[in-house]
Design a protein around this ligand. Structure first.
Ligand code: ADP
Ligand code: TRP
Length: 327
């Protein structure tokens, strides 16, 4: 527990391109909403991105962009320790120590590795070791809770196992973290009706401009029912997005017109594009404002890294002594 009796929350986000509204409702928004309740550390996982990123310029740009995105949605660097993973070398120091306690067959059972192998992709050592770097990220700060999507749950379990292994060998050192799988956050549907995801190319970017929003909304997949035909709103991809962006009274009105007939998909999409745009405009404006001052953003990350490093160093002093490399 932190000095102020708040529990410690930690999460990492990979800089892998423009975030979309699925990322926003599924993860990003929650970090901001939880920042008062927990003592939070949020970092940009650039070392994890390196398992796949090969273009240095692009990685730098994505990292800066993601930092701006988070500040734009209201992450407050006065409340949250916000930093870049690679600025705190203790993450990789601890990874090595954990590597030496981890058996290869154990890591070979991790979903991400198995998936990559099944697709007969060549797997680099970094990708194989991804969960151990993530365990180090989490355990270094004695995190109580780790908010993640369901797909990351196994990684938090690996972090718990790793803490137990270390504690068993060297005595009580690491706290066992709990995943915080955000309940009630439904999967946001993409333009084609599948889960919205960068890998399916079916997203609406969170910071899309008005024209881009309109163009993308018009491509949402629907059936071919005519204007007057009654429609089931619960089966409609357009309506699913209305639920996130359309004010309650208007939503009820649209729902009624779906059920009774009288609204066509074109009109429903026009209204949706308008409401998404209204919702996102203030975020977009704030982002544009922050983006004018990249040096200030870098300074925020630097300050965050300093705070994170102080904590990480303290923990590593204990770890180094426990394993016997503190001569
Ligand atoms: P993508 O699938 O676009 O590559 P990521 O895997 O990087 O997205 O997701 C980062 C986080 O955003 C996830 O842990 C998850 O919580 C959230 N997320 C991603 N897509 C969705 C979605 N369609 N609906 C709800 N949450 C999502
Ligand atoms: N693997 C996470 C993802 O792909 C990102 C991540 C890296 C992370 N380190 C973390 C999340 C530590 C939570 C805690 O989304």
């Amino acid at each position: 527990m932190a000095e102020n009796n708040k529990k410690i929350l930690l999460s990492g986000v990979k800089p892998t391109g423009r975030p979309h509204i699925g990322n926003y409702f599924g993860a990003m928004k929650q970090f901001v909403e939880l920042q008062d309740q927990y003592e939070s550390l949020i970092f940009i996982a650039d070392l994890h991105a390196l398992t796949t990123a090969r273009d240095a310029k692009q990685l730098k740009q994505d990292t800066l962009d993601l930092a701006i995105d988070y500040l734009a949605i209201g992450l407050d660097p006065e409340k949250v320790i916000f930093y870049k993973q690679s600025d705190v070398s203790e993450h990789t120091d601890l990874t090595w120590i954990f590597n030496c306690l981890t058996m290869m067959p154990y890591l070979a059972r991790a979903h991400a590795f198995k998936d990559a192998e099944a697709k007969s992709k060549e797997v680099n050592v970094g990708l194989f070791d991804y969960p151990i770097l993530m365990a180090a990220d989490i355990l270094l700060y004695d995190a109580d809770v780790v908010p993640v999507g369901a797909d990351q749950k196994q990684h938090v379990e690996i972090a718990r196992d790793t803490a137990e292994k270390f504690n068993y060998n060297y005595g009580d050192t690491f706290k066992l973290p709990e995943p915080l799988i955000l309940e009630g956050v439904k999967t946001v549907v993409g333009l084609d009706g599948q889960k919205m995801s960068k890998s399916y190319d079916n997203t609406i970017p969170l910071f899309a401009e008005t024209d881009e929003i309109k163009r993308l909304v018009m491509t949402i997949k629907t059936d071919s029912k005519g204007v007057e035909e009654p429609k089931n709103p619960e089966e409609c991809n357009v309506f699913a997005l209305h639920k996130l962006f359309t004010p309650t009274d208007q939503l009820a009105e649209i729902k009624k017109r779906y059920v009774e007939g009288g609204i066509g998909y074109k009109e429903s999409k026009d209204l949706l594009a308008e409401n998404i745009d209204k919702y996102l405009a203030p975020l977009r404006e704030k982002r544009a404002e922050i983006a004018k001052n990249p040096d200030q953003v870098l300074q925020i990350l630097k300050n965050g890294a300093k705070l994170a490093k102080n904590r990480a160093k303290l923990k590593m002093t204990d770890v180094r002594a426990k394993v016997g490399i503190d001569l």
